[in-house]
Design a protein around this ligand. Structure first.
Ligand SMILES: Cc1cc2nc3c(=O)[nH]c(=O)nc-3n(C[C@H](O)[C@H](O)[C@H](O)COP(=O)(O)O)c2cc1C
Length: 262
């Protein structure tokens, strides 16, 4: 694919999550630059706060920096109270905008960090550990830890991970009817990309199969699409039934059987 090039694009395309960090400690200037650049992301209401821990011994991956990006209604309610207003917008709307504000800020931090030679990795478990994090950082009510971000100078250099093909991502004018070929092609690009890097073998990250079902995968063919199915899904005992149900809803993703040669 022919693409434009410049240092910003290079930094963005060079992204890979870093899970091993060197002993070099990022300076205060570096930390402040990263957070300040994060703040300059577009916002709906700056509906976030960022917590920082430099407790390397306790931080995941022993990272020198651990940021916890929170959705923050508390600060906003204080501003409103000062002006004599009460927050009445429903929580779902605030949550959707809050997630966006926090996410755009966090990604700006990731890119800025990379441009300064630091690596980072998001941790999605924060929202499940919200109560513990709230206690640890003495969070006021209505401040919710959305995601964490480990950061520091890299002590590993993994290859950039694959992404879906453009045709499975960018839909101009109209959402296309996705057929078996496009779905398979997207799956293949992801699976072959991860297999070529031996990602799951090196990480020993195969998710065990549910009790009662025989394991048919090895690290020779276990890859990203199987992994995310195991991560988010529930195994369906009759896969054909599932395909039929999808077909009734108008989605035909079953592979067409080749006609038998006479
Ligand atoms: C919301 C979110 C949660 C994530 N949670 C974790 C996590 O808990 N552990 C981890 O090692 N990586 C986590 N990651 C990093 C992803 O695994 C990683 O971004 C993805 O595999 C693509 O790889 P890359 O970032 O190297 O391109 C998370 C990323 C995001 C955006």
């Amino acid at each position: 694919m022919v693409m434009k090039e410049n240092p910003v694009i290079e930094t963005i395309l060079d992204h890979r999550s870093i899970r091993k960090y060197s002993d070099q400690i990022p300076s205060d200037e570096v930390v402040k630059t990263i957070v300040r650049a994060g703040q300059q992301a577009p916002f709906a209401s700056q509906y976030y706060s960022v917590l920082l821990s430099r407790n390397r011994k306790r931080n995941p991956f022993k990272a020198p920096l651990l940021f916890t990006i929170c959705i923050d209604s508390h600060k906003f309610e204080l501003i409103m109270a000062k002006r004599g207003w009460k927050l009445v917008t429903n929580d779902l709307t605030l949550l959707f905008f809050g997630i966006q504000d926090a996410a755009y800020m966090a990604e700006n931090m990731v890119v800025t960090a990379r441009s300064l030679g630091l690596g980072s990795c998001f941790l999605g478990s924060a929202m499940f550990r919200a109560a513990k994090i709230a206690e640890e950082y003495e969070l006021p009510e209505r401040v919710f830890p959305l995601v964490q971000l480990t950061m520091g100078y890299p002590a590993e250099d993994p290859p950039p991970r694959p992404r879906y093909p453009m045709e499975f991502t960018l839909f101009e004018d109209k959402y296309p009817e996705l057929n078996a070929r496009t779905v398979s092609k997207a799956m293949k690009q992801m699976d072959e990309g991860y297999l070529a890097q031996e990602y799951y073998r090196k990480a020993r990250a195969m998710i065990p199969i549910e009790a009662g079902r025989k394991e048919t995968f090895t690290y020779d063919d276990y890859s990203w699409t199987e992994h995310i199915c195991r991560k988010w899904g529930q195994w369906y005992p009759q896969p054909n039934e599932l395909l039929e149900q999808l077909e009734k809803r108008g989605f035909n993703i079953a592979e067409k059987k080749k006609p038998l040669k006479k």
